[in-house]
Design a protein around this ligand. Sequence first.
Ligand code: GSH
Length: 217
Amino acid sequence: MAPASEYQLYCFAQSGNAYRVALMLSLIGAEWEPVWVDFFAGGESRTPKFRAEVNEMGEVPVLVHGARKLSQSGVCLIYLADRTGMFRPEGEDERLECLRWIIFDNQKVNGFLGPYRFLRNFAPARDPGGEAFLKGRLANNLGIVDKRLTKAPFLLGARPTIADISLAGYIYYPPEEFDFDVAKDYPAIGAWMERIKALPGWRHPYELMPGHPLAKG
Ligand SMILES: N[C@@H](CCC(=O)N[C@@H](CS)C(=O)NCC(=O)O)C(=O)O
């Protein structure tokens, strides 16, 4: 049977990587449905079945559009921006600049926020050394983004692009899940968060994707 919606997104509520794509789908007004991945209790993304049938990299998110299955949130964002023209960087310079920020974010901003939050909230045991390392790196990298956002309302200038949507990854999860408050500690990021939140279609990750709160095991 054909799916009811144009897009399907393999995701779960606690995934900021998936939130980037869920948020984009919501902001562009796409018809989409979540496919919940039992990441925590079931370890679904690590199963041979998931790797064979959904994503050989064993990662969420995966965006399905007809016969196409895409992973890596940055790739999904580029695909959706190219298809719709929304939040798309224009011209070679802007495209390269956009990719530069998406890669920086994937590796050093949300790429550290995600594991930091995981260690604090979801890992079987706390890891003070790992947490301290990530926290130090985050202070530097969030500082770099904050400085950038003092110069313009959005990462690439006057209008939001998929670089901003990528940056939204883990940033809207409750501050209690970190032990700092990004919006307060980095005021330019805080002001940017309000601008992104004001875009029509914005919704919080816990509203947009299934699986919150986590069932107690
Ligand atoms: N760079 C990837 C990161 C994806 C990622 O790490 N997703 C996590 C869930 S939030 C995952 O599936 N991890 C599985 C694992 O590392 O085994 C993206 O942006 O899509």
